[in-house]
Design a protein around this ligand. Sequence first.
Ligand code: F6P
Length: 547
Amino acid sequence: MRQLSLTSTSSFQALETHAIEAEDWEMRSLFAADPQRFERLSCEAAGLFLDYSKNRLDGRTLELLAALLRERGVEARRDAMFAGERINNTENRAVLHTALRAPRGAKLVVEGQDVNADVHAVLDRVKLFSDAVRSGDWLGYTGKPILDVVNIGIGGSDLGPKMVVLALRHYAHPRLRMHFVSNVDGHDMDAALMHVDPETTLFIVASKTFTTAETMMNAQTARKWFLQNAPEEALARHFVAVSTNTEAIKTFGIDPANMFPFWDWVGGRYSVWSAIGLPVALAVGFGYFTDFLAGAHELDEHFRTAPVEENLPMILALVGFWNRQFLGASSVTIAPYHQDLNRFPAYLQQLDMESNGKRVTRDGEPVDTPTCPAIWGEPGTNGQHAYFQLLHQGTDLTPIDFIAALRPAHEMQNHHTALLANCFAQSEAFMKGKTLDEVRVDLQQQGLALGEIERLAPHKTFPGNRPSNTILMERLTPATLGALIALYEHKTFVQGVLWDVNSFDQWGVELGKVLAKKIEAELALDAQPELHDSSTNGLIARAKAAV
Ligand code: F6P
């Protein structure tokens, strides 16, 4: 059945009326009026605590948002996803990344296929292989154990494993060095190959389709580099593939025995839980990889069963939706106050923007409201000394997700205290701001003359009333990291259903790929083709002149 357009739904219209009432709300006053606000507007599951009290909303807002969620059929669509229905309607595929983290024996038969058995058969192979490499039983062609692992992949075949390996560095094997090459820019491959020795390096070619141009070129380059030193039969000890495309890996020259398969019902940006997570299993070991999957599964169960009012991904999605639709927030900043989550914002960029960066509904009709905001960010406290100025005093409203662990993985408690103090201080500052009068009093106390006070006060005033969420975990562990990623995956899912877009395709990346192929061929020609607009022709000409 066709969905009503978002703005035609009665719950959206009720929210529009409510948003007019809420226009002048000040969070300072909301906190002053309700001493229980923090307790009421926070919830906890799977080792994650979410404080969403520093948003411009109240209980009534949440009731209306929950009504919208129900009217849009989020719960039914969620159940359809978990059951393996083909909810990716433009690619006619199921969406089953949740099955990748379900424990062995969980019943899931989809269209006659025992999905749980398939998933665990591959996990068993990941275990065998990662155990062998880590223990030193898997030897390179000259009989030495593996010291370096180079993952060659891009997008979902890079961002997830790289982010997780960095985040879990405290759990990593002391011998194995992990490298990630994604960019077609040869500088990326160059930087990796500089540090590795063919005798002790394992290459993982990770590509769902095994057709992605960047990955294919990088894999060929790595193969050529390897064969400069090693004999052809050594390839089998040094090249493995993770893919859904057996034929293509055979053509590339990788032994299918060294292929770790996954399935077309795993989207690239949702694939870190599959064999695409092989670098994670190699780095931290299969036991911690299993904990990572278990953390995500715990969050899945919470998402599947908790009522809307206590459901972390639903709340995060609804609050984000409110900020996007009714407060006009066109971007969201992710601020992990944890250096090991350095790549988490980049990971979320693909997850969220490739999923919900859409302009037509599942039925192909233009959407009638804005959709996905831009996602960006850096770890705190670094971001504070770069772009937080704009967040505090710029003209746009940019909500922030603060993410922190209460306990560090190091012994420098003074650093951790300072880190958390900054995290909490920032969310307080965004909420409270500093009024003109408060600034005047400050400047008076500093003994400034009246004229000087009036000149400086507007510059030192903070409007405040700027929304943020804070997500806390006890420690950053494989399990809490798994839960954190799953939280954002399901948040993205819920928002996609609210907007009625297909969150699981990515046709928007295709046009550039096709044009790049054409221009790549033109760059190799002797003559200067004049096939494009004057700008593109001019740029091509400059590149050709430089060769
Ligand atoms: O072009 C976009 C994309 O398809 C992403 O969705 C995907 O994660 C990435 O390319 C890599 O794809 P593959 O794993 O098939 O090489």
